[in-house]
Design a protein around this ligand. Structure first.
Ligand code: ASP
Length: 430
């Protein structure tokens, strides 16, 4: 009898489960040092490999995707729709967070002693966060636009944090290919098409190591269960708002704007979600998000190669929720009642700062300083929530990439570029 192969996502799930068990029990078994020395490096190798392939993937798939478009007007239509959806979902996300935090009021439940002890423990970590945020805040208003245009291709390609610059160059290159009506372009096109296939195969190869990688990543996380409980109501508030996005808002969007079944969607992006949870980085997850969108959900490459890298950089619904809830939570804990105007300021700054946040672990908490200062809150209050940032980061990153994938499906549907996923029956409207 032929042995049935265990699907990759099941293996990743097993890796995650074992990693979490190991991570939670390492301290009591005295295995922390062993874990850092012998297990963590495998997780680091896995993340490095994913990051390694991110820039080549964006360059090849975006140039290939854009140059396949029949005309430039299609590109601007896709771009306009994508940005409109990204803005709208982020605003909805923060609003959900703000409504919930005003109902639950977790900040009122923190005891005075707990507040003091958290402040003392995390005050030193805070300095770095506040300094990084201030460096970001000092630039002029148009600096973010200036930063999108690279002055040197190799500089731009030398750091994963320059993703928008690489997107800019790739779109420019693709557009120039469409505009160059000469057979000289044919081999260039063939090259990018071929290279894109090769890069996708590299993603496949790296993903074979995902079960070991996620095991190592989760096993070496130091999650403090006790503190998590102390900040339980706050964490629960963030998780509830994230869940509302995942199980209410995105399904409604899919229902309204596409014909895809919610179950098909979630099954298709599960591998990317598991990776987002394990790496806390939308950027590191990007190659797999693109792979899932194209192969499992049938999003055409010309759409996914544009919408998803852009989304990983500017669309962070989970981060936005976290910023809204955290700012209000800290104000409540300080006994400050924020006015409606101040909460609107939080909404606006959180939209902007979630756009500006880098797609890496902990980026959201740095940007939170800017949100807090916008309404006059002392950034020292961040000390109250730093302890539970990592687990919440893992969860908000899942929402971040789910939001990107939802918009990719919606835009693909609107452009008639949603192919039937391989091996799946067409999804009729039910
Ligand atoms: N870790 C998040 C991401 O990569 C960003 C954040 O909220 O810290 O999407």
């Amino acid at each position: 009898m032929k042995k049935k192969k265990i699907p990759l996502y099941v293996k990743i799930l097993i890796g995650m489960g074992l990693g979490l068990i190991w991570g939670l029990s390492a301290k009591s078994l005295g295995l922390v040092e062993f874990t850092q020395d012998w297990i963590k490096p495998w997780g680091d190798i896995f993340i490095r490999a994913l990051k390694l392939i991110a820039i080549p993937l964006i360059i090849f798939s975006l140039i290939d995707g854009v140059s396949n478009l029949s005309d430039i007007s299609k590109l601007s239509r896709i771009g306009g729709r994508t940005i409109a959806f990204y803005f709208t979902t982020t605003i909805v996300a923060i609003s959900v967070g703000l409504v919930l935090v005003n109902i639950i009021r977790p900040g009122k439940l923190l005891s005075d002693e707990r507040r003091e002890s958290l402040r003392e423990t995390y005050a030193s970590q805070l300095d770095e966060t506040v300094v990084s945020a201030h460096e970001l805040g000092e630039a002029g208003p148009l600096q973010p636009v200036v930063d999108i245009v690279p002055d040197n291709f190799f500089n731009a390609a030398s750091s994963n944090s320059n993703m928008l610059q690489i997107i800019f160059f790739s779109i420019l290159f693709g557009v120039a290919m469409i505009l160059t009506k000469s057979e000289k372009v044919t081999p260039v096109k063939a090259f990018f098409d071929g290279a894109n296939h090769v890069v996708l195969r590299i993603v496949d190869i790296i993903m074979q190591f995902a079960p070991i990688g996620v095991f190592a990543l989760l096993a070496s996380l130091n999650i403090d269960g006790e503190l998590m409980m102390a900040l339980g109501t706050y964490s629960l508030n963030v998780v509830l708002a994230l869940a509302a996005m995942m199980f209410l808002v995105y399904p409604v969007i899919l229902r309204l704007f596409t014909r895809m079944k919610v179950a098909t969607f979630y099954k298709g992006i599960l591998p990317a979600q598991m990776l987002a949870f394990s790496t806390s980085s939308s950027a590191a997850t990007l190659p797999v998000t693109m792979d899932c969108a194209e192969r499992n959900l049938g999003v055409a490459e010309e759409i996914s190669s544009f919408v998803l890298p852009l989304g990983a950089t500017i669309n962070m619904d989970g981060t936005a929720i976290h910023q809204g809830v955290s700012a209000v939570f800290i104000a409540q804990a300080f006994g400050i009642d924020l006015t409606l105007g101040q909460q609107l300021t939080i909404l606006l700054t959180a939209v902007l700062s979630s756009i500006g946040a880098a797609a890496v672990p902990g980026a959201g908490i740095i940007m939170l300083v800017i949100v807090m200062e916008a309404v006059g809150l002392d950034p020292l209050g961040l000390a109250l929530i730093l302890a539970v940032d990592r687990p919440l980061d893992m969860m908000r990153t899942v929402v971040n990439i789910t939001g990107d994938s939802t918009v990719a499906v919606v835009v693909a549907h609107s452009e008639n570029s949603l192919n039937t996923p391989a091996g799946e029956p067409a999804d009729p409207v039910s």
